[in-house]
Design a protein around this ligand. Sequence first.
Ligand code: NG6
Ligand code: CA
Length: 509
Amino acid sequence: MRTFIFVSAVLVLAASSFAQDAPPSNSQPNIVLIYTDDFGYADVGCYGAVGVETPHIDQLAKDGLRFTDAHSASATCTPSRYAMLTGQYAWRRKGTGIARGDAAAIIKPGRTTLPSLLKQAGYTTGVVGKWHLGLGDGQLDWNQDIKPGPLEIGFDYCFLIPATGDRVPCVYVENHQVVGLDPADPIKVRFGKPLDDQPSGKTHRDTLKMDWSNGHNMTIVNGISRIGWMSGGESARWVDEDMADRITEKAVQFIEDQKQSDKPFFLFFSTHDIHVPRVPHARFVGKSTMGPRGDTIAETDWCVGQLLETLENCGMTENTMVIFTSDNGPVLDDGYKDDAVEKQGEHNPSGPFRGNKYSNFEAGTRVPMIVKWPGVIRPGSESKALMCQVDFPATFAHLGKNPSMIKVPQDAIPDSLAMVPALLGKTEQGREYLVEHGGALALRHNQWKYIEPSKKAKYNAKTNIELGNHPQGLLYNLATDPGETTNLANSKPEVVKTMQAKLNSIRND
Ligand code: NG6
Ligand code: CA
């Protein structure tokens, strides 16, 4: 059975309430999705950051819509990205946890994905930056064609940091190839046993440019030790200080290349900042009062400014929807001694919410989300709608008037809801239910936040972050207690019962 999505009806609905300057009825907007890494709810100025300025991101909010209850689909990177690209909650599928640097492609060719839907709707699609969803089919030789990867699941172009900056291989991949690889110096990658007796973060700790605090003590690249072992590929190894520049340059190029095209484009720009290791370019060192964590926030803001300026120079500002958001909540010390804790000062990256990256409490997944689409979204607006990135596939597929109906097999993006009116600020009616995913599952409905019972550890052993796992479960009223301070599970057993039953039914659906 198939569900037919009639996009034109949605556009009429979306345009009618802001008709005076609605875009032409046949327009399909370009979409630039700026996906930052580990940015917490209050890590940008317009959400309350102190100690760092983010003028370009704040300008996006002035020109667009700022959400206060938007969520990544999980509290860590790989599952969030999996859900955002496939429209399926990651907890439904084994093998979607934080991926190793040598993980095989988690999203297999043939899957309906966010880019495949947009491609079907006539878009040119590209991804630039952090991937962390695995590459290859299991026995990947980094010296040969690297596939399957993004190009096999709907992207026309990719320039990738394969996993994250803190794990090998420390090279860029463009389409199917490692960039700048000398065939005479092949790359080898291994997790587990060391490859040879090369220096490591353990044996040569005193030579490191940035010391590690937990893990991250294996192969040394650019003076920083990483997770995993890598040999060879010297000419292809990245320089962390240049990473933001490299990916921004590629993203700018991708946008400029679309100027001659009459097709709309989708760019998934996935920053490495502000994930560890936090190594800003020299021009951003000292731009914040918070050391590398704040300085890489400033660097990200610069990247955003570059993309906006490029759109403007290409005459594309008006017909481009720009989204700024993050893959999970914030963390200070995530394995390197970069002064994030010492220099935090007054800045509270979780804002008014409890918890951090990894946790079931709100700050695990409640992230900044700003959307700008001139003429369609009212400038300087704000929305309390409950939103989630798992809805991007269905929602983006409904944007604008596509020349033909997009046919979505009914079970292809099973958890993804089309939220166009909420995304464009036409209504504050967001999701009725949202399953939040830290280590355990939690359910949001009306004012309630229910974290189901979990015997897992209360604290993340590596970061000491409180995870919100509780053997009897936890219940909060977010309307009166957004900081999740008062557990109502004992005083409201009937709410607990209803929420658990609903969570079970979503899980089994
Ligand atoms: C953890 C790493 C952390 C980070 C995280 C993934 C250690 C001690 N910690 O295992 O540094 O890489 O994985 O982060 O190794 S994420 O944002 O990509 O999900
Ligand atoms: Ca992340």
